[in-house]
Every structure is written in C-alpha cells, then in structure tokens.
Design a protein around this ligand. Structure first.
Ligand SMILES: Cc1ncc(COP(=O)(O)O)c(C=O)c1O
Length: 493
C-alpha cells in the first residue's frame, strides 16, 4: 500500500484545533467539556470532550467535502480498492438506505435476500421500492439462514428483467459469505447494479486468508461497519463506490439526506485512523486475529457437548467462504439455548459475547484481543460445560428437551403488499395469536441479529405465530412493533 496511507488528515487537524485552545463559541453546547456534568467528564475524561467538535472552519463539511474529509475519504477509497469512499456516521443502517435509494425509484424492483437487515426493510418503506425476495439457504445443523445461491439468483434475474439492482448480505452475522464474484458477473450480465451489505466485512480486504471483499469481487456499492470489527467508534461506517453503474451524483445527493449536519469529530477521526491502521498494519494484525480465533475454535471444539463452527461449513448451500475470525458456538447438546449461554457467561463469568439465538451464540475475535483473553474464553467454556446451573439453565434444559423434534425456521410468509403500502395503510390492532391470514403493517425483528421475521406487507401465517411463541418462551427479544411482547400486532385494516 502507498506510503500516504500513514497519513491521518482529519485526526491531525482535530489534534491541532484542540491544542490551539481556540476560544470556542460553537456547538456542541458542552463547550469541549467545560459545561459537561462532572460525573460524565470524570468518567470519559476531558480529552474526549475537548475533541468532540463538529463542522467548524478547517474541519471540512461531510456534506460537501473539499478539505480534510475529502482527503481522508480518498485515502479510504485507495485502501479499500474503491473509486470513491464515503464516511457514514449513522452506521451501515444509513449505508443500506443510501445504497437502495440511490439506485431505485418508487415502484422499481430490487432483488434481495429475505434475510436482509431491517435497515434494508426501512429503505423499502422510505422508497416505495418493491422487493423481489430470494430465500436464503437454510442450514438445519446451525439452524440459521446463510446467503443466497447463484442458481436461485439467475432464475430470479430471468423472471424479473426490469429489476434495478441485486442486493446481497455478505458476510452474514454467522460468518458465511456469498459467491460474490459469480453474483457480480450475473448481476452485470443482466444489466443490474450490484450492492453488498458488507457490514460484517470491514477487515476482509486486508488479509488474503479472509473471504474476498465486495469491492474486490466486482460490487458497485458496498457498505462496511468500520465499528463492528475494526477500530471505528460505534456508528462509524463506510460506503464504497466502484464503476459507472451507479450515478455518483445521485448517491451523493442521497447521502446528504441521510447524514447529520453535525458529524461527531470523534466518529470521523475514528474512521480516518481505522483506515490508516488497516492499510498499514492490517495484514499482521489480522494474521494474529485469525490465529487466535482458530486456536479458540480448536480448543473449544475439544470440550464435550460444545461445537464451534468453522471452515468446514464451506460448501454447504449458501456458504461460499467463511470468515474465520467469527466463532458461532452451540451448546445445544448440553441442553442450553443460545440465550441461556449468553446469560450464564455474563452472570457467572463476566464475559459478554456478541449475540445469541435459539441454538447459538456468536463471539467476535478481533484485532483488539490478546492470547490471555482467548485463554480466559477457553477456560470459561470448559467450566461452563462441566457446571450445572440451577437457575435458568434447568428451564433451558427442559425447554430444549420439550422441543425434541428438529426445529425448522417457519417458511417465509407470502408478500401481499409492498412494505411501504402496508406501513402507511390504515391499521387495526389484533391479538397476535388471532392474526393468521392478515397483512402485517409493522417490522417484527428478533434483535440481534436484526433480520425481520415479518416485514410490512407480508401475510402473518400460523407457522410464524407458532414459531414466535416458541422463541418468545425461549427468551428472544423482539424489536420494531408497537407491542414488543407480541401479545398484539398491527395489521392492515
Ligand atoms: C447484516 C447487517 N447489516 C447492517 C447492519 C447495520 O449496521 P450498523 O449497526 O452499522 O448500522 C447490521 C447490524 O447489525 C447487520 O448485521
């Protein structure tokens, strides 16, 4: 990578502004910490507060970058192999919305997997775009959906010649990646823009042993949550553009709608340094990370009753490659739900993993971990597997025993209206258990992973009602509906 990648133009200007002790009469109102409550200032430190500024003279304008943000974004584009990169300060959620709105108009079709993140559903509501869903490939062993198959995609492309774009999620929360190169070729063969929600892949481009990144595979737009796996502060993401299929002017116009006019300088600086760190030291940092993750996987796999998934899942339907820094772990043979494992690890061992579902937990191993911490993780799993947890786990044991038969995800429900039509339609509140056959007008999302089980416009099926009842009993958390306990639901009147 070019020497210029050592530069951090945005951070340097921020440091210089703070050092100059310029007398400030600008936002934010805490005036670089002087007006902040002492409790907060003592906790986060004055330095962080002094550095919390926004778009003043010299700090550039994220809506029309001409100076240090422009320079920092150009460095990011060079580092990621994009033509243009854009800093996002409202996460990949805003990136997904910007991607979809920049290539589709109201009424247009977009081909996308049904297990896309809820921010993509949000984009459909905002835009009035019609989703043509492809069912992702279900893995009965892990009990999760992976990515879409290229065969299903080609069939869909033939059936929907007017669709404007192909949108794909890769990697998934569980680390599976799609066959991006083939999908890029297919999308382009049929004249479509290719968009990738690569929220879980800000590191992929920087190591040859990781799956190919969307930009390298031929995507036209991709979004990375820089905060998820590398050094960005929470909410800081990037959107990359390559090629001529997407109109850059339209994309930049859409971004101006989604971006705050007061970007937090800490977020922007963290994007500047995360890029610098990956471009200059990414390979060595990730070599260590991959080795730590593989070591943890090997050791935890030796513990009876536990299973950590890894590269052996490559080749299953919907798994073209696998990000080995991810540790999807199941303790179902010991009788624990993933929700239980998460709680036990936190309450008894002070370890917090990234997420849990009915059968799995997912631990992220990143550039921030050391050998000592990985050893602790392995030791804790050994203790966990040989302990009997009386509170809660008994319930879980019974719960999984009660399930007995293999649990399948319910079939994705039929789509009766577009997400926007159903979201803005007049609604009626019904008891959820009595709502079969009605059209849902809310987004119903287990969080994490943030994949809606019901999108507005879909028919509520008996299978979904029964499945959600079982998941709620197991401990799933629902986000989105007015009544997250799911006793009631809003349906189209
Ligand atoms: C696949 C996927 N896309 C997008 C997002 C949204 O990312 P962010 O939290 O950066 O807004 C998430 C968040 O978990 C995600 O899992």
């Amino acid at each position: 990578m070019h020497n210029s990648q050592n530069r951090t133009p945005y951070l340097d200007e921020l440091i210089s502004y703070v050092k100059n002790k310029t007398l400030a009469f600008h936002t934010p109102g805490h005036q670089q910490g002087k007006g902040a409550p002492k409790k907060f200032a003592d906790f986060i430190g004055m330095k962080a507060l002094e550095a919390d500024i926004t778009q003043i003279l010299g700090m550039d304008d994220i809506h029309q970058p001409r100076g240090i943000i422009k320079e920092a974004q150009e460095l990011a584009a060079e580092a990621y192999g994009a033509d243009y990169s854009y800093f996002l300060i409202n996460g990949s959620s805003s990136g997904n919305q910007a991607m979809i709105l920049s290539v589709c108009n109201p009424g247009d079709e977009i081909i996308m997997p049904r297990n896309a993140h809820k921010s993509a559903t949000g984009a459909l509501i905002l835009s009035g775009v019609r989703p043509v869903y492809i069912q992702p490939e279900f893995d009965p062993e892990m009990h999760v959906d992976h990515t879409i198959s290229t065969e299903k995609l080609e069939k869909t492309l033939k059936k929907h010649p007017n669709a404007k774009a192909v949108f794909v999620v890769s990697p998934t929360y569980y680390g599976a990646t799609a066959d991006l190169r083939t999908i890029a070729k297919l999308s382009h063969k049929y004249g479509k823009a290719f968009l990738v929600d690569e929220a879980w892949g800000p590191h992929l481009h920087f190591h040859p042993d990781l799956p190919v990144s969307a930009m390298d595979a031929g995507a036209n737009l991709s979004v990375n949550s820089t905060h998820k796996l590398i050094s960005g502060f929470s909410q800081s993401s990037m959107l990359h553009l390559k090629g001529k299929r997407v109109d850059r002017g339209r994309l930049e116009g859409v971004l101006k709608i989604f971006l705050s006019t007061s970007p937090c300088s800490l977020l922007v600086a963290s994007l500047d340094v995360a890029r610098m760190q990956m471009a200059t030291h990414g390979r060595e940092l990730l070599t260590k990370t991959i080795a730590l993750a593989n070591h943890a996987r090997e050791e935890i796999n030796k513990i009876p009753g536990l299973k950590v998934f890894g590269k052996e899942i490559i080749g299953k339907p919907g798994v073209h490659d696998f990000d080995s820094t991810r540790l999807p772990i199941t303790a179902k043979e010991l009788g624990y739900t993933g929700y239980e494992v998460e709680k036990i690890l936190r309450r008894h061992y002070n370890i917090q993993i990234e997420m849990s579902d009915l059968f799995n937990v997912v631990a992220l191993i990143t550039i921030g971990h050391s050998e000592k911490e990985i050893k602790k993780l392995i030791d804790v799993f050994k203790k966990f597997a040989s302990s009997k947890f009386k509170n809660g786990s008994e319930k879980s044991h019974l719960f999984l025993k009660r399930l007995k038969k293999a649990v399948e995800l319910p079939p994705h429900p039929p789509q009766r209206m577009t997400p926007r039509e159903a979201f803005v339609a007049e609604f009626k509140t019904l008891n959820f258990k009595d709502s079969a056959g009605r059209i849902c007008s809310e987004i119903v999302t287990p969080y994490p992973p943030g994949i809606p089980i019901l999108c507005p416009g879909e028919e509520i099926t008996r299978e979904i009602i029964d499945y959600l009842k079982m998941e709620l009993e197991a401990g799933i958390k629902i986000q989105g509906p007015v009544d997250p306990s799911m006793k009631t639901i809003r349906v189209v009147r």
